[in-house]
Design a binder for this molecule. Structure first.
Ligand code: ADP
Length: 477
């Protein structure tokens, strides 16, 4: 039962499969239903309408016969003779006076049971047009009409024909047609549902293939479908062409960013150098000039960092980010980074290490840059009087570095997005910190390039922990 409910819940009413199945089932229900109704109508005509016609003719002929016999014999004998002449095995006739007294009747009533005969004869009203009615579990075509003899009404003529066997056959046919149509509609619907599901399989394959195409394999991506209908093959071809155009424009954009970053970085580095040397050598600058030059040098430095980040990301995207991995002791690298960070930030930064020496094979300078980025963020997003802690330990084949702060934290729903390029949690909150939202994407690119992973755990107003996991040396050798 639960399984059926689960399948029912999984059905998507707006899917092509459900729509096509319902459409085809509807059309076949309409077609088969119409055919069944037409067949029933035709069967009724064949089986019953002949009897109706017969009864109608008897009702028309009897008054004429009574008139004729009345001329050659006494009227009551003429009446009985006329009735006897028109009586057949299944046809029953009787004439009632206006006081409902039986004036004459056919002589074949012994064919019917007593109750059926009594019930029939007790009827006082019947329609003039012959109609089928059920009397005492049997079916009859009934009709009645006034019996006029020589301009006065003698009584009422009742003509009845037993059609039980024909009506039973008719009802059995109608029931079987109904059941047959329902079974046929259900079978057609199930068969169509399976057929449509099978036909839509190439489309599902196409969607699965496109889902796994990443930015990195955009250029080589090729959608190939075996045994697919030509329309789907055509769609796959169009997709391929679109992917190739996308790849080209992505490549051009990457090239553009890389070129612009490269071209701007060199003159800016020169400008920054000149500004630094002026600031160092000139003692006769007014405070305003000093401040203006310091601001210019700071902005130049920030922009050089941004350009360097853009250049690194563009190189990583095109596969030209070369990492010079070499074995080194992680504890030494962390100690060096911490002493540098302490100097420029003036903050309390502690190291907590469980082992004396953890060996890893990494790009020394890139990992330094990664840790400086994380410490820089911890400094930016926490109060000056709170400490920043770097935890170092090894678990099996993995070296783990954690950068912990007690700052403002990152909302849960943003935590998966902060590693995206140019993503910043809250522009208003982050504007004062002066970043561009590229630091963590650089961290992720470098760490993954060294075979590691980076994750974040954070609670609002309690702080954040960034965890870097790198393969320990023994794993690589
Ligand atoms: P930015 O240069 O703007 O700091 P990042 O890529 O380094 O860019 O960080 C992305 C966003 O993640 C930041 O805008 C900031 O809101 C959030 N973030 C990063 N580190 C922390 C942290 N330690 N505490 C709180 N928020 C952080």
């Amino acid at each position: 039962m639960n399984q059926i409910i689960n399948i029912w819940l999984k059905i998507d009413p707006s899917s092509l499969r459900v729509r096509l199945t319902l459409g085809v089932a509807g059309v076949s229900a309409f077609g088969l239903g119409s055919l069944a109704i037409w067949t029933s109508w035709k069967m009724q005509q064949i089986l019953i309408n002949g009897h109706k016609h017969n009864v109608e003719q008897i009702a028309e002929r009897l008054p004429r016969d009574v008139q004729l016999y009345g001329e050659i014999m006494p009227s009551s004998a003429g009446l009985q003779k006329a009735i006897n002449n028109l009586t057949t095995t299944n046809t029953f006739l009787w004439i009632k006076s206006s006081e409902h007294k039986i004036l004459a009747k056919s002589l074949n009533w012994n064919q019917l049971s007593y109750t059926t005969a009594a019930e029939l004869m007790s009827l006082t009203e019947m329609s003039v047009k012959p109609q089928v009615a059920k009397v005492s579990q049997r079916y009859f075509v009934l009709c009645s009409s006034a019996l006029p003899i020589q301009d006065k009404t003698l009584g009422k003529l009742f003509v009845v024909q037993d059609v039980t066997s024909e009506q039973t056959i008719f009802l059995v046919i109608v029931r079987n047609l109904g059941i047959g149509s329902i079974v046929a509609i259900m079978t057609i619907s199930v068969a169509i549902a399976f057929y449509i599901q099978h036909s839509l399989q190439p489309l599902r394959q196409l969607s699965q293939m496109t889902q796994i195409i990443s930015l990195a394999d955009l250029g080589q991506a090729q959608l190939y479908l075996d045994n697919a209908p030509s329309e789907v093959k055509e769609l796959a071809k169009t997709f391929d062409m679109m992917l190739s155009r996308l790849s080209q424009s992505w490549e051009q954009e990457r090239q553009f960013v890389s070129n612009v970053s490269h071209e701007l970085r060199t003159p800016l580095t020169i400008v920054h150098g000149y500004l630094q040397s002026v600031l160092r050598r000139q003692n006769n600058l007014t405070p305003t000039q000093q401040e203006a030059l310091e601001t210019a040098a700071l902005e130049a430095e920030r922009t050089i960092r941004l350009l360097q980040h853009l250049l690194d990301l563009a190189r990583a995207d095109s596969g030209y980010l070369h990492l010079h991995k070499e074995p080194c002791v992680l504890n030494d690298l962390v100690a060096e980074v911490v002493s540098m960070a302490k100097k420029y930030s003036g903050r309390t930064i502690k190291i907590e290490s469980t082992t004396q020496s953890i060996e890893v094979k990494i790009d020394y300078n890139r990992l330094k840059q990664v840790l400086l980025n994380l410490i820089d963020n911890a400094v930016k997003y926490s109060e000056a009087d709170t400490p920043i802690i770097l935890k170092l330990n090894q678990q099996g084949q993995e070296a783990i570095i954690q950068v912990c702060d007690q700052g403002c934290g990152i909302p849960l729903q943003e935590q998966s997005r902060i590693f995206e390029r140019f993503y910043r949690v809250d522009e208003a909150r982050d504007r004062s910190t002066g970043g561009y939202g590229l630091g963590l994407s650089i961290v992720k690119t470098f760490v993954e390039g060294m075979g590691g992973t980076v994750t974040v755990r954070s609670r609002m107003d309690q702080g954040s922990v960034f965890t870097i996991t790198l393969p320990a040396c023994s794993l690589l050798e």
